[in-house]
Write a protein that binds this ligand. Structure first.
Ligand code: ADP
Ligand code: ZN
Length: 231
């Protein structure tokens, strides 16, 4: 099974792909994670991409395509997260493998902004505790959102280590709006390409991020079942 997952920042895409990975024994291939790791290791590739990551700019297509090609070589079961991001990448991927389905996560930007603004992480750099104070009950364009908060047991202190919780700089509203704008701008031509492509058209599984992750994942799995990809 070969999948692509598309979704705006704050849509929980990372969580869904991790759960799908566990459930169906897939390799999760996230280009963002790969690049961050290489930068940390200070590898040849890391040095090449460091500046782009720092500025939040796209890494040149040739580099990204080469990395993905290497990773999916001999890989029968995977979920791609963060790739393809450009038309050139989508076309290159077409030449490499046949993708079975594209999972597209939908959400209104108003909800994403509220959800991302509600994120709180543990201030201890060695701890990965993360929480969300946003409590969303709202219907927009007929989509009912029920997204309860994920609060620490003690007021604004990490359950795991007791350190105070903080907000990440790029989780502030102005930065979020900019990240959403960039996502729209980048993903649009790629999604249009997949929707337009006639021959061997790849099926879409579209789900709304309007319930907690377990329920969204269940909907994705239902879509995979309908396509006969899982039982
Ligand atoms: P975000 O969702 O915060 O943009 P990602 O984790 O998906 O982050 O990616 C982090 C960075 O890695 C991007 O800002 C970009 O520099 C680079 N990157 C990741 N995937 C790609 C890709 N498919 N094409 C080009 N650059 C990429
Ligand atoms: Zn902690």
């Amino acid at each position: 099974m070969k999948l692509i997952i598309f979704g705006p920042p704050g849509s929980g895409k990372g969580t869904y792909s991790s759960r799908l990975k566990e459930r169906f024994n897939l390799e999760k291939i996230s280009t963002g994670d790969i690049f961050r790791e290489e930068v940390k290791k200070g590898s040849e590739l890391g040095k090449k991409v460091e500046e782009y990551l720092k500025k939040g700019e796209l890494v040149p297509d040739d580099i990204v395509i080469e990395v993905v090609k290497e990773r999916i070589k001999n890989c029968e079961r995977f979920i791609l997260d963060g790739f393809p991001r450009t038309l050139k990448q989508a076309k290159a991927l077409d030449k490499m493998v046949k993708i079975d389905a594209i999972i597209k996560i939908n959400a209104h930007s108003e909800i994403l902004i509220e959800k991302i603004s509600g994120r709180r992480i543990c201030s201890n750099p060695k701890c990965d505790g993360n929480y969300n104070i946003a409590d969303i009950h709202k219907t927009i364009d007929g989509i009912e959102y029920i997204l309860p908060p994920l609060l620490p047991k003690e007021d604004m202190k990490c359950d795991k280590c007791g350190s105070p919780l903080i907000q990440r700089d790029d989780d502030k509203p102005e930065v979020i709006k900019e990240r959403l704008r960039i996502y729209e701008e980048q993903s649009k031509p790629v999604l249009e390409y997949y929707k337009r492509k006639r021959k061997n058209k790849i099926p879409f599984i579209e789900v709304w991020m309007n319930r907690p992750p377990e329920q969204v994942v269940e909907k994705i799995i239902e879509g995979l079942k309908n396509l006969g990809l899982v039982r």
